[in-house]
Write a protein that binds this ligand. Structure first.
Ligand code: BG6
Length: 476
């Protein structure tokens, strides 16, 4: 079995995890520039420890990242060599509007992305642009409390419309917010939020989430006015949740867990708050305050496709008691005895990808796009400059097989597949460099040392073959 020739095979990155150059080209400071590596990282990411309280001596890995700002052409050439049909990247909001409040964009920032997109087009690679991937200009955090404020929606639309106009004829596929459900788990990362003592955090998060959902809908509206040919997607941290047993209470717990994530896509795809969420938010006193036009805006401006990240499935029980838990893309899960896990405890479940694809397609009946999937692992660079990452090949092969089955046997409509961190980059959750995802090794270490030199791993040639055969070689 192989996928159609127009299937968008490729890779994905985010500005804050690979660009570096955090003050170059007129860029302003952004939330991720203030997230340290090490033990203070998690408290800052969850909004418990305000970054202003950090002492001297912290290290901020996103500020340098892998210096793609200066290696862009070299990196795109390597992507082209693998035969990428598509490259997903994000635009750093504060490169375009350094404080977020300017009336006019920063031309130097736009020129950087012009050059990147032109370079991709030169090799026939379709750009897939994430407008906001875990970054908020820091001025907006300081002056407005970030996504607590409704005015963020207008500032976001000003930024998004600037991109739509500038790249009107060069970019077709857009995502509004990366993993929009992340606001619930990492509120500083997802929405620039930190909390006061005693505040109802749940309420603040749902209010911020509403502003993002509104901003996303308004961006869809602006996009359609600027170019009706654009395709705009939502983006969800996905991975279906299983029930620990066939006890109906466990099954119900799993359904509720899935709804925590579906809520966001339900609004973006169906155009309204689903009844289950409206009731639950009312009950908890967390229903967000809305403007008179908000419901109409959400309803009239739904997305064209549903994109998502998939790293693992989840497991839950009505009464988890002392049951063993494991990590996994921020949302923790019970340990599933049928699955092995990565070195970071993320459980490896290729069939879960097929299940997730089918669940999402059954629910939305919209084209899907897998925009993140991959294995974070420790790679060893040998003296001869090679990296034998057979474990990564095994992980990706197993997932691609299930993806192909979902398309060919189940009839799921799937636009493409971009592996996460197609080049090694800074880990979002841990800030580490040693958690590597790439087909391309980057000589950058956790302590900030390294030459930034790029090396092809064994998986580089393997993925080139996958793309070249439309996925057929994964069956060998
Ligand atoms: C997703 C994010 O949550 O998972 C990425 O969209 C992130 O930004 C990726 O890098 C993998 O997570 P991590 O923590 O291993 O980098």
């Amino acid at each position: 079995m192989r996928l159609a020739d127009d299937f968008l095979w490729g890779g994905a990155t985010a500005a804050n995890q690979c660009e570096g150059g955090y003050l170059e080209g007129g860029k302003g400071l952004t939330t991720v520039d203030m997230i340290p590596a090490g033990e203070n990282r998690f408290p800052v990411m969850t909004g418990i420890l305000p970054y202003e309280k950090l002492g001297e001596g912290e290290r901020y890995p996103s500020r340098e990242a892998i210096d793609m700002y200066h290696h862009m052409k070299e990196d795109v050439k390597l992507f082209a060599e693998m035969g990428f049909k598509c490259y997903r990247f994000s635009i750093a909001w504060s490169r375009i509007f350094p404080t977020g409040l300017e009336d006019d964009p920063n031309e130097e920032g736009l020129l950087f992305y012009d050059a990147l997109i032109d370079e991709l087009r030169k090799y026939g690679i379709e750009p897939l642009v994430t407008i906001c991937h875990f970054d908020v200009p820091l001025t907006l955090v300081r002056e407005l409390g970030s996504w607590r404020s409704r005015s963020m929606a207008d500032l976001f639309v000003k930024y998004a419309a600037t991109l739509f106009k500038r790249f009107r004829d060069k970019v077709k596929y857009w995502l509004t917010f990366n993993e929009i459900n992340m606001v619930m788990h990492l509120p500083f990362v997802g929405a620039g939020l930190f909390f006061e003592d005693g505040e109802d955090q749940e309420k603040v998060k749902y209010q911020a989430a509403h502003h993002q959902l509104l901003a996303s809908a308004l961006a869809v509206k602006a996009a359609r006015e600027i170019n009706p040919e654009f395709k705009i997607g939502c983006m969800l941290a996905a991975g279906s949740c299983y029930a620990n047993t066939c006890n109906p209470d466990d099954v119900w717990a799993a359904l509720e867990k899935d709804r925590e994530n579906y809520f966001f896509a339900d609004v973006q795809v169906r155009g309204k708050y689903p009844a289950y969420a409206a009731r639950a938010l009312m009950r908890k006193g967390c229903f967000p305050s809305m403007g008179p036009e908000d419901e109409r805006i959400l309803e009239e401006n739904t997305v064209d496709f549903v994109s998502f990240s998939y790293y693992t499935s989840h497991l839950t029980a009505a009464d988890a008691g002392q049951m063993e838990k494991t990590a996994g893309n921020v949302m923790s899960s019970l340990r599933n005895p049928y699955l092995k896990a990565s070195d970071w405890g993320w459980q490896i479940d290729p069939v879960g990808l097929r299940i997730t694809l089918n669940n999402l397609y059954d629910r939305y009946q919209k084209p899907l796009f897998i925009v993140e999937n991959g294995l974070g692992a420790v790679d060893e660079l040998k003296a001869d400059g090679t990296v034998e990452d057979d474990y990564r090949i095994a992980y990706l092969k197993a997932h691609i097989r299930e993806m192909i089955k979902a398309v060919e046997e189940d009839g799921v409509e799937l636009l493409g597949y971009t592996t996460w961190g197609c080049i090694d980059l800074v880990s979002a959750s841990t800030g580490e460099m040693k958690k590597r995802y790439g087909f391309i090794y980057v000589d950058k270490q956790d302590d900030g040392t390294g030459t930034d030199g790029r090396r092809k791993k064994k998986s580089f040639e393997w993925y080139r073959q996958v793309i070249g055969t439309g996925g057929e070689c994964v069956w060998e």
